[in-house]
Design a protein around this ligand. Structure first.
Ligand code: ADP
Length: 392
């Protein structure tokens, strides 16, 4: 039996799932720490209902790991880091390295090289991997890259209109991200609706991306060389004409300031002027705030645009699947998207859509099915790790 701890790191957040894998996959514990860098808030639970939560000083992601290991013991999950078969990471950008790989110095170097394309993610993972390596040198660490699922996107859809040698020399091409979520949706849809061969996976959350899936494989995705691109995100810009950048750099005092503003003050926050959280923006729009209304309308419109592009690539769509914090919980965004998909014959069941439960939300006579699913990124990362460990 293998014990694998999967880590999902954000700039100030830490999430984990602990699995045992033998003939069957079992979740033993899951939890999170928010607010890393000051007073961390942690919450740990087991599928049997055990919970431990609280707050305590938490300076780094390594502290968050120690905190969760300690909290797990309180919920009677007595796992020591030293007894794990591996720690697996939902790592973000490995450049030309994709798939699941044991963390080595060469892999860390590649992640370091790609850090400018994933500045909010790669440095956090690098620091964590290095501190685990120094504290537990014999513990196997495995990185499963978010880009991996998109390896099947055809080359003509992955290149930018730049000199081809720049793609090789500087790694500038469309990689796509959220691979563990989109691959989970691909897998889950095969269980739930095996007849749906052409699926558009719509992951909407703090970061949002979409993926066209044909027979279980990614054939197009909305994110490009970096996870800042495609649809706009909570505070991040999404796609922007690159020639806006010198204008902003001039106005804001330099390129670093412009990039900072595009990753911290843009997206839902910048457009709505209300909040980076769609819940606040929906409330403001209902109360008549025109900018909040515009932000929601622009987001839904952007999604519709990608669905149009993706259904062209797929030659039609059998199913759409919404996931992520917004996709799972915002009936309003789903309704606005579906209202604009009459060309596809999409019809929602209004009460199922409003109910926000997992499952099918389209009307029985809808030409394409519409689903709401809870994603499980850690499960896919765990599978990548288990495959690698079993092959060794
Ligand atoms: P991340 O991408 O950071 O993992 P999530 O997928 O958890 O984030 O999504 C978080 C976002 O989901 C929040 O920023 C919030 O805007 C949105 N969200 C959560 N619940 C709701 C809801 N009931 N209605 C609208 N939006 C919601």
């Amino acid at each position: 039996m293998l014990h694998i701890l999967i880590l999902n790191l954000g700039s100030t957040s830490f999430k984990y799932k602990l699995f045992s894998v033998a003939a069957e996959e079992r979740l033993l514990s899951e939890g999170s720490v928010e607010n890393i860098g000051s007073q961390g808030r942690y919450r740990v639970k087991t599928p049997e209902g055990g919970t431990a939560e609280g707050s305590c000083a938490c300076a780094s992601h390594a502290d968050a790991l120690a905190l969760c290991m300690e909290a797990m013991k309180q919920t009677r999950v007595p796992v020591e880091l030293g007894s794990l078969d591996a720690i697996g990471y939902k790592a973000v950008h490995g450049g030309t390295i994709s798939g699941s790989h044991v963390v080595t110095d060469a892999l860390l170097d590649e992640m370091e090289k790609m850090a400018p394309l994933a500045p909010a993610h790669n440095p956090v993972y690098l620091r964590m991997m290095c501190s685990v390596a120094s504290l537990y040198p014999s513990l196997t660490q495995i990185a499963c890259f978010e880009t991996s699922f998109h390896r099947t996107v055809p080359l003509q859809r992955a290149v930018y209109g730049i000199p081809l040698e720049w793609a090789e020399r500087y790694g500038l091409r469309r990689y796509g991200f959220h691979g563990s979520s989109h691959s989970y949706i691909a897998w889950k849809m095969r269980q739930l609706a095996p007849h749906a061969r052409r699926v558009v996976s719509i992951h909407l959350g703090g970061s949002s991306s979409m993926c066209a899936i044909a027979d279980g494989q990614s054939v197009a995705t909305s994110m490009g060389a970096t996870p800042q691109s495609g649809l706009f995100h909570n505070n991040r810009v999404g796609d922007l004409d690159v020639f806006c950048l010198p204008v902003l750099a001039e106005a804001l005092g330099g390129y670093p300031q412009a990039l900072e503003a595009l990753s911290g003050q843009s997206g839902f926050l910048g457009l709505s002027g209300v909040s980076n959280d769609l819940r606040d923006i929906e409330k403001a729009a209902q109360a008549g705030d025109a900018r909040a209304e515009l932000a929601i309308a622009a987001f839904a419109d952007n999604i519709v645009g990608y669905i149009g592009m993706f259904t062209a690539y797929l030659g039609g769509a059998d199913a759409l699947a919404f996931t992520g914090g917004i996709g799972r919980n915002s009936a309003e965004v789903r309704r606005r998207v579906a209202d604009n998909l009459q060309f596809l014959g999409v019809k929602l069941d209004a009460s199922r859509n409003g109910g926000n439960a997992e499952g099918r939300i389209s009307a029985p006579d809808s030409a394409a099915e519409v689903w709401v699913l809870e994603t499980n990124e850690e499960l896919m990362v765990m599978r990548g790790c288990a495959e690698l460990l079993n092959a060794r």
